[in-house]
Design a protein around this ligand. Structure first.
Ligand SMILES: [Zn+2]
Length: 244
């Protein structure tokens, strides 16, 4: 059997860590990991993140965050048939992130694990039907969609004129933060732009890579921004420059 591409495996590894794979798929992952040190390192990082979440002390989340999470759950199960289908298969991973948001608001040391979280959230979103809760190329549709679903109003821009069309948005959860995720395309590449209110602990501008994915981070107008994609660093940098 020819080796399976690592990009495909990333999706399966994420699901495997969340305990969501059928035995046959889990066996495919195990066979790939036997032969691929890079994916094995990625699995190790995901397992480490997962165990950190489980080991974290629990503190009550602030009311706006609880309200945002309730709105997400209610929206998924009630008004949005589409979103409900997105929600269900992500329950393992999203449930974990959700538990992190609820249990450890403002407790998790951000340190250098944030790129791991960002890349993990991006890979999770790339799984079928996870990418967007609202599908629209219209910033005037996407921006109000976040209203009432998040305790902050993320800025939304379309960069279609510059070759980075906006394709939609979704709610996501990163440690300590419900986040807006704006989804852009560059040719066949997906760019996730995560946005949340910047805290003092957030990073200054920078860029880097994890597991074959590139990221660029910056802050502006009280918000933290993280763009992540398998797009090359040069074009992702252009995206960030245009966005800022
Ligand atoms: Zn691999």
């Amino acid at each position: 059997m020819s080796p399976e591409p690592c990009e495909v495996m990333h999706l399966l590894i994420q699901a495997d860590v969340d305990g969501e794979l059928e035995p046959a798929e889990a066996a495919r992952v195990a066979a790939h990991l036997d032969a691929c040190p890079a994916c094995t390192r990625m699995q190790t990082r995901l397992l480490d993140l997962s165990s950190r979440v489980r080991a974290m002390p629990r503190h009550p989340a602030p009311a706006p965050l609880r309200a945002a999470v309730r709105a997400k759950i209610a929206g998924s199960s009630a008004h949005y048939g589409l979103a409900a289908r997105h929600w269900r298969p992500t329950l393992g991973a999203t449930g974990l992130a959700l538990a992190a948001s609820l249990a450890v608001f403002a407790v998790l040391p951000r340190g250098d694990t944030m790129p791991d979280w960002i890349v993990a959230a991006h890979i999770r979103a790339l799984q079928p039907n996870h990418l967007t809760d609202v599908v629209s190329s219209e910033q005037h549709t996407v921006k109000p969609w976040f209203g009432g679903r998040l305790p902050f109003a993320p800025p939304v821009k379309d960069l279609a004129g510059d070759g980075f069309p906006l394709v939609g948005g979704r709610l996501d959860y990163l440690p300590g933060n419900p986040a807006a995720a704006l989804v852009y395309k560059r040719r066949q590449h997906v760019i996730d732009l995560f946005i949340w209110p910047a805290g003092e602990e957030d990073y200054a501008s920078g860029a880097g890579a994890r597991d074959g994915y590139n990221y660029v981070r910056w802050q502006g107008n009280g918000m933290a921004f993280w763009a992540v994609s398998d797009l090359n660093p040069k074009e992702l940098g252009e995206f960030a420059t245009l966005w800022r």
